[in-house]
Design a protein around this ligand. Structure first.
Ligand SMILES: Nc1ncnc2c1ncn2[C@@H]1O[C@H](COP(=O)(O)OP(=O)(O)O)[C@@H](O)[C@H]1O
Ligand SMILES: O=C(O)C1=C[C@@H](OP(=O)(O)O)[C@@H](O)[C@H](O)C1
Ligand SMILES: [Mg+2]
Length: 171
């Protein structure tokens, strides 16, 4: 069993919102490792960061990624930082990984004040710039396809992904 596709990209790329649309377009389930982590911890992500620290969050995230890749067959969205762990990058090999790319201007607009994203609680623009610079090569490394999302709606991005998936099934 393997996910139909796995969405990766920085915070604000649209993994969660676009992933839901792709899953609905395909008539399959949607899953987000952030929600799995919150369910397991019994609290929202900002509280996990405050109470237990980022390291603990990353441990829960590695478990969530491994479990979902092994047991879920719908559309899967990862948290933006899942890519940092070598273990997660290795686990993604052989999966259809779609990198939703977004540049700083649009990412900043989309995350707003960073509510719900503890890493963006202070100076979201500068933090996002740093994270984009650090992570872009890692997203590219694991991706089988890159979809540019700047200036496009989640519906337009989902359309492109759905067209690519349909094309692969025919071809
Ligand atoms: N392509 C897009 N264009 C405009 N806004 C978007 C787009 N994709 C997502 N958004 C908005 O940006 C915010 C973050 O999207 P989300 O799906 O949570 O991103 P991610 O899961 O990648 O962090 C949400 O408010 C969402 O509605
Ligand atoms: O980039 C990151 O390190 C994070 C991204 C978030 O998910 P989204 O990318 O879905 O916002 C969430 O996992 C957590 O706040 C940490
Ligand atoms: Mg998300």
């Amino acid at each position: 069993m393997a996910p139909v596709c796995v969405l990766v990209g920085v915070m604000g790329a649209g993994k969660t919102s676009t992933g839901l649309l792709v899953a609905s377009g395909l008539g399959v389930d949607f899953r987000d490792t952030d929600s799995d982590i919150e369910a397991r911890a019994g609290k929202p992500i900002p509280e996990i960061f405050v109470d237990d620290g980022e390291e603990h969050f990353r441990t829960l995230e590695r478990d969530a990624v491994a479990t979902a890749l092994a047991s879920f067959d719908g559309v899967l969205a990862l948290g933006g930082g899942a890519i940092l762990a070598e273990e997660n990058r290795a686990a993604l090999a052989g999966h259809r990984v779609i990198y939703l790319s977004v540049e700083l201007t649009d990412a900043v607009k989309r995350v707003g004040l960073g509510t719900g994203r503890p890493l963006l609680a202070i100076n979201p623009r500068a933090t996002l710039k740093h994270l984009l610079d650090q992570r872009r090569p890692l997203y590219t490394e694991v991706a089988s396809q890159t979809v540019v999302t700047d200036g496009r709606t989640p519906e337009q991005v989902a359309e492109e992904i759905l067209a690519g998936l349909a094309n692969d099934r025919v071809g």
